[in-house]
Design a protein around this ligand. Structure first.
Ligand code: PLP
Length: 422
């Protein structure tokens, strides 16, 4: 094949318009405009295939698990398929995947189980940059069992982790580092492999909050070498469900609260009560949807290969959208941007900003009414980072790009902010 006949990879992946055709929510009109959803970091829109899978499960296969008749056996297939899909998504083994209501709930159960291995005076490190779902489950243990919490500082000027401060927190009693892979508010990406090496060098385990990372970068628990990691399916085009990864031996050994007759083996022993089976059907469909967004030449490859290609394509597009968004907002007098600029290296396409003299809630309300732009305001539970950066009670505006975001939508958002700031 001649060089001219080889199409660039991007042209062999579905176009943004083709991707958008999967999302009925994008047809919604508000304020005279097609709605532009910049609220993905709080939860993305959901493609038809995910809803179809959930509907199909509930209408045709609904039963409890592990019984000897067809709908129950089909439910077991749904569970196994979701574990296999999540394992591909994380580069884990299916028996290292725990499903639950959401990341916060799973993290609380993990912190409770780990607490039973800790002694008074043992230390856990958290960071100022993190969402409080990766803070409270650990700080709670200080009150409950005398664990000492040490907090690594962030640098408020850059919105990044202060690595020197992190290193200072380690000591002979450090048992766990709880760290985020990406800030849900600021888009900062933290080098988790580096953090893991630090934790392991000090004989500590590491728990990674990958909720804000998962929609933008392909997780690889083997490469990260982490002990535990959690993410939320509704941030990457799926239903409201959470996933916890744990090394199999840890999931098998830890003393987790469970009912005596419930399965004793991992990962099932972590899944208290009846799982949300329809959400598991949706989880598989969401991961399959994501894996369909890459270069068509890998269509015959493994799901992991297809996911890698999809993330590559999404990354290329999001870099352009992020630059357009960042530079557009930066050009508006009176707009303050927070977090690392795109020129500083990899970051998620999530931008936090304020408009001088205008309450962020008013900006959010006007963007919706005047431009059909849906973007939230608040601290997004990254409450310590918000405090360190001195944002007011109504917080930042947060605009996040997703696989369905277009350059025209970014332009509309920037234009709307420009009008409000004027
Ligand atoms: C970075 C981060 N961590 C944790 C959470 C909590 O996730 P969940 O709502 O699934 O408990 C969120 C939710 O927004 C988040 O963005």
């Amino acid at each position: 094949m001649t060089a001219a006949a080889v199409k660039p990879a991007a042209t062999r992946a579905p176009s943004v318009e083709q991707i958008r055709a999967n999302f009925p929510a994008l047809d919604r009109v508000h304020g005279g405009h097609k709605v532009a959803y910049f609220d993905g970091p709080g939860g993305t829109q959901v493609p038809t295939s995910v809803v179809d899978a959930m509907r199909d499960y509930l209408l045709h296969h609904n039963a409890n698990s592990h019984w000897a008749y067809p709908t129950s056996l089909e439910t077991d297939v749904v569970i196994d398929a979701a574990r296999a899909a999540a394992a591909d998504f994380l580069n884990a083994a299916p028996n290292e995947v725990v499903f639950g209501a959401n990341m916060t709930t799973l993290t609380f159960s993990l912190s409770r189980a780990l607490a039973r291995t800790l002694r008074e005076g043992d230390e856990i490190i958290v960071t100022e940059l993190d969402h409080h779902a990766n803070v409270a489950p650990w700080t709670r243990l200080a009150a409950e069992c005398g664990v000492v919490i040490r907090t690594a500082r962030m640098d408020p000027a850059s919105g990044t982790l202060d690595w020197a401060s992190l290193e200072q927190q380690f000591g002979p009693r450090t048992k766990l580092l709880a760290i985020g892979a990406s800030s849900n508010a600021l888009g900062t990406i933290t080098d988790v492999a580096r953090a893991t090496a630090l934790a392991h060098a000090h004989g500590a385990q590491i728990f990674v909050d990958a909720v804000a990372y998962a929609p933008h970068a392909l997780i690889d628990v083997r490469a990260l070498d982490c002990d535990f990691l959690a993410c939320s399916v509704f941030k990457f085009y799926g239903p409201h469900a959470g996933i916890l990864y744990g090394r199999h031996e840890l999931l098998a050994e830890l003393d987790v609260a469970k009912l005596a007759p419930a399965p004793a083996q991992a990962p099932d022993r972590w899944e208290t009560g009846t799982l949300n089976f329809e959400a598991l059907a949706g989880t598989t469909a969401a991961i399959d949807f994501l894996s369909s967004l890459g270069d068509k030449s890998v269509a015959g490859g493994s799901r992991r290969d297809r996911l890698a290609s999809a993330y590559h394509t999404l990354h290329e597009r999001s870099v352009m959208l992020l630059e357009q968004l960042w530079n557009g907002l930066a050009s508006i007098r009176g707009v303050q941007l927070y977090g690392p600029p795109p020129s500083d290296g990899p970051r998620a396409p999530t931008v936090a900003f304020t408009v001088n003299g205008v309450d962020s809630r008013v900006v959010a309300t006007r963007l919706a009414a005047e431009q059909g732009v849906f973007a939230p305001n608040g601290n997004f539970y990254a409450a310590t980072a918000a405090e360190r950066m001195g944002v007011s009670a109504s917080g930042w505006l947060r605009a996040g790009c997703a696989c369905y975001t277009t350059a025209d939508e970014v332009e509309r958002l920037v234009g709307g902010v420009r009008a409000i700031s004027a």
